[in-house]
Design a protein around this ligand. Structure first.
Ligand SMILES: NC(=O)c1ccc[n+]([C@@H]2O[C@H](COP(=O)([O-])OP(=O)(O)OC[C@H]3O[C@@H](n4cnc5c(N)ncnc54)[C@H](OP(=O)(O)O)[C@@H]3O)[C@@H](O)[C@H]2O)c1
Length: 308
């Protein structure tokens, strides 16, 4: 079968090549891939990957072989799923506890955006507890995780602030779900009950100064690649505020819920309560160009490749 394979060339980081078929374990279904979406983490990993590695976390397609242990959806089911690697291929083995059946009306292209970005948004927001009437800020607001996080926070009744990197960097913000927009976190003086932070560097330091007493900052990324110098004197007076770390795969390993949460996200998308933030949709033969666009910050929201 064909797959997008790491080349170890940063200018053209993937190429379509022939690779072996996946060999599913008993608890895995074999899925014929129709669409995949790209995430900053896997694109960045590509830059240092050995040639031959098949990346890919997010997958939507059709089950061609149900799991041998009888778990999960039967052959022919349209599904969305999350894998550790290898989704950028014609077929991939997916653990049935990270697979959900798609509502009839939901396209594979839309569904493919959900696994990493949607699950990260949903589970990071869950760290904030009950959000009705709470003030939630999301940094990296125009990114894949950010656009889902803002919309999900608004759905739970939170007051949302989208934190962007410049006044000209608002393209891609969702039409619904944004109450306020801030450039960075240095200029406002409002306090937030929950901050989802993925840019790192000085923005994380600024987040520490904007958290409310008892509030929580969930850090789950470092898109800037910069280290953070903090003024702890600005943080400890916020009695009981906390800085907590999140990693999606570890969270799912510890708590499960992958299928259930994917089902929730797909249902919200299908019902029109969540807007799918697709900025780029291209055939997978253009994978290298799309990876470069994402790494170079030329994608607002999600990029999707269709497997043709
Ligand atoms: N811990 C986990 O399990 C987990 C899960 C998912 C994602 N992540 C991480 O979370 C971050 C966001 O993921 P994503 O998929 O939403 O990424 P993305 O789609 O590429 O979005 C990145 C966002 O950050 C903003 N940004 C600000 N400064 C940036 C900089 N110096 N470099 C790059 N972007 C910058 C971008 O907007 P502008 O370009 O307009 O500034 C954009 O809004 C990534 O670092 C990713 O690796 C971690």
């Amino acid at each position: 079968m064909r797959a997008l394979v790491a080349t170890a060339d940063t200018a053209t980081p993937v190429a379509l090549l022939t690779v072996p078929e996946p060999r599913p374990r008993a608890d895995e279904a074999r899925v014929a891939v129709e669409a995949v979406s790209l995430n900053r983490g896997e694109c960045r990993r590509l830059l240092s990957a050995d040639s031959g590695w098949v990346p890919g976390w997010d997958v939507a397609g059709v089950v061609v072989d149900a799991a041998a242990d009888g778990s999960g959806p039967p052959e022919g089911s349209r599904v969305v799923g999350l894998v550790d690697q290898g989704a950028w291929a014609e077929r991939v083995a997916v653990r049935t506890d990270r697979l959900a059946v798609l509502p009839d009306g939901l396209s594979a292209v839309a569904a493919a955006t959900l696994p990493v970005a949607g699950l990260t948004a949903l589970l990071c927001l869950a760290r904030g507890g009950q959000l009705l009437g709470k003030r939630v800020a999301v940094t990296g607001a125009t990114g894949g995780v950010g656009v889902f996080a803002l919309q999900l926070a608004a759905l739970t009744g939170a007051h949302t602030t989208a934190v962007v990197s410049g006044p000209d960097r608002t393209t891609g913000l969702p039409e619904q779900g944004v109450d306020e927009v801030e450039v960075g976190l240095d200029h406002g003086d409002g306090r937030f009950d929950l901050i989802l932070e993925s840019v790192g560097g000085p923005l994380l330091a600024a987040a520490l100064t904007r958290i409310a007493p008892g509030g929580r900052i969930v850090t789950y990324g470092n898109s800037s690649g910069q280290p953070t110098t903090i003024d702890i004197a600005a943080f400890y007076p916020r009695h009981d505020a906390a800085l907590t770390a999140f990693r999606l795969f570890e969270d799912l390993d510890a708590h499960g819920g992958g299928s259930r949460h994917l089902d929730t996200l797909a249902t919200l998308l299908d019902a029109g309560l969540l807007d799918v933030p697709i900025d780029v949709e291209r055939p997978w033969g253009e994978g290298a160009k799309v990876v470069r666009a994402l790494l170079d910050r030329r994608v607002a929201g999600k990029a999707v490749l269709t497997v043709t």
